[in-house]
Design a protein around this ligand. Structure first.
Ligand code: GLA
Length: 401
C-alpha cells in the first residue's frame, strides 16, 4: 500500500489507512450481541437482521453496542476450490454484512481451528488463509475461533504428550492470527477454548494476538452458573487491558430463569470484570426491564472505563462478595453481590467494611442502579436482597488514614 503513496490524494488515503491500522481494535471490552445463547444453531439471516435493527431501535447502539455476531450454524459446504460458503439459512453473507454496516454496526462470525465446529459444521482446519480472506471479502469485523474438534485432534495426534498437544493448540491459534493479518481487514480476534492451558498467559502474545479469550466453559441462564463463572475470574485481572480482555462468556441477561435482580447482578459483575458485553438474548422481543438493564449507561461506563482495569475481589463474607474496580481519573467502583439464597435480605443487612477496600472516612458516591447520591460510612449498612447487587461509583475516594 505504502508504495503507491506518491500523489497527494494517495498520500492522504495512506495516512488515513495508517491511522486506522494504528488504532487498536477492542481498546475497551467489545460490546455487541451474539446469536448462540438464544438462537443456538437455528439462527438465520432474518434473526441477525432483526437483532441489528433491534440494537438500533432499543438504544443499545447509542449506548455503545457495536458487534452483531453470528455464532455456530452459518456454515455450508466448501466448493471445489475449498472456498467456504454459507448455508441456506444465510443466502448472502456480503449482503448481510452490508445490512449490518448500514446501521453503523459491525458483523462477527464464528469458526474452529478443527475440521468441525462444536455443532458439527465445517471448521477452518487447512483453510485458514482462505477463510480469513473470505471473511474479509464479506466485510466481517470479528471472529470467534472455537477449539471444538481441534481438541480431539490434539489428543489423537499426541496421545501421551500433553505438552505437544498444547503446542499444537497455540500454533493453531497463531495460524489464524497470521491469516487475519494477511487478509488486510481489522478483525477482532476472540479465542474460545474454555481457558485451557491458562490461556490468559499466552493469548495476548503478538504471535496469537487475541483481543479476548474465554476463561471458562459455557455459561447457562441460571444464577448459580453466572455466579460460579464470575467468581472464577478472581486472580485474572492483571491479564486484561486495552486490546486484550478476559472473556467470562456472553451475557445471559434476559434469558432462562434469571430474575430481574439476577440480570442486574450479572450485568454489574461483567462490568466490574471489564468483560466483553455481548448480549445473548432475543433483542427484537426483549422485555422493557431487560432493555433497561442492557442499556444502563452508568453501569456500561464502568465496563468501558478507558483505564481498562479489570475489577478484583476485595473480600468475601459468607455469601457476600465485595469487588472493586479502579477507574480513570482516580475513581473507584464498588460492587457488593449477595449470592446467597436467604441471608442479608431486609432485616439482616450487610455491613460493608470500607477499610478492607483501602478507604478511610466518609465517601461520596453514586448508586449506579438508582442514580441516587450516597454517602458511605466506615461500616456502611447495605440492605441487599438475595441475588441482588449494590453498585456504587466513588469519584474521589479517600484512601488516606
Ligand atoms: C461452544 C462455545 C459456545 C458456542 C458453541 C457453538 O460450546 O463455548 O459459546 O459457540 O460452542 O457450537
Amino acid at each position: 500500500m505504502r508504495r503507491s503513496c506518491t500523489a497527494w490524494l494517495a498520500a492522504v488515503l495512506c495516512l488515513a489507512q495508517g491511522i486506522a491500522q494504528a488504532t487498536p481494535v477492542a481498546a475497551t471490552p467489545p460490546m455487541g450481541w451474539n446469536s448462540w445463547n438464544y438462537f443456538a444453531e437455528k439462527v438465520t439471516d432474518a434473526d441477525v437482521r432483526a437483532a441489528a435493527d433491534a440494537m438500533v431501535a432499543s438504544g443499545m447502539r447509542d449506548a455503545g453496542y457495536v458487534y452483531v455476531n453470528i455464532d455456530d450454524g452459518w456454515q455450508g459446504q466448501r466448493d471445489a476450490n475449498g472456498v467456504i460458503h454459507s448455508n441456506a439459512r444465510f443466502p448472502d453473507m456480503k449482503a448481510l454484512a452490508d445490512y449490518v454496516h448500514a446501521r453503523g454496526l459491525k458483523l462477527g462470525i464464528y469458526s474452529s481451528p478443527g475440521p468441525k465446529t462444536c455443532a458439527g459444521y465445517a471448521g477452518s482446519l487447512g483453510h485458514e488463509k482462505q477463510d480469513a480472506k473470505t471473511y474479509a471479502e464479506w466485510g466481517v469485523d470479528y471472529l470467534k475461533y472455537d477449539l471444538c474438534s481441534f481438541g480431539e485432534l490434539m489428543k489423537s495426534t499426541a496421545p501421551s504428550n500433553p505438552e505437544q498437544q498444547m503446542r499444537m493448540m497455540h500454533e493453531a491459534y497463531a495460524t489464524m492470527r497470521t491469516a487475519l493479518n494477511e487478509a488486510g481487514r481489522p478483525i477482532v480476534y476472540s479465542l474460545c477454548q474454555y481457558g485451557v492451558d491458562a490461556v490468559w498467559e499466552w493469548a495476548a502474545d503478538p504471535k496469537v494476538g487475541a483481543n479476548l479469550w474465554r476463561t471458562t466453559g459455557d455459561i447457562a441462564p441460571h444464577g448459580e452458573f453466572v455466579y460460579a463463572i464470575a467468581t472464577m475470574q478472581a486472580g485474572l485481572a492483571n491479564y486484561a487491558g486495552p486490546g486484550h480482555w478476559n472473556d467470562p462468556d456472553m451475557l445471559e441477561v434476559g434469558n432462562g430463569d434469571l430474575t430481574e435482580a439476577e440480570n442486574r447482578t450479572h450485568f454489574s459483575w461483567w462490568a466490574m470484570l471489564a468483560a466483553p458485553l455481548l448480549a445473548g438474548n432475543d433483542l427484537a422481543h426483549m422485555k422493557p426491564e431487560v432493555k433497561a438493564v442492557l442499556t444502563r449507561r452508568e453501569v456500561i461506563a464502568i465496563d468501558q472505563d478507558p483505564l481498562g482495569k479489570q475489577g478484583t475481589r476485595a473480600y468475601t463474607d459468607g455469601e457476600v462478595e465485595v469487588w472493586t474496580k479502579p477507574l480513570s481519573h482516580g475513581g473507584l467502583a464498588v460492587a457488593v453481590f449477595n449470592v446467597g439464597d436467604t441471608r442479608y435480605a431486609g432485616t439482616h443487612p450487610f455491613r460493608l467494611d470500607l477499610k478492607r477496600l483501602g478507604l478511610h472516612g466518609k465517601q461520596q458516591g453514586t448508586d449506579l442502579w438508582t442514580g441516587n447520591a450516597v454517602t458511605l460510612d466506615d461500616h456502611q449498612v447495605v440492605g441487599l436482597a438475595s441475588h441482588d447487587v449494590w453498585l456504587v461509583r466513588i469519584d474521589a475516594p479517600h484512601t488516606a488514614g
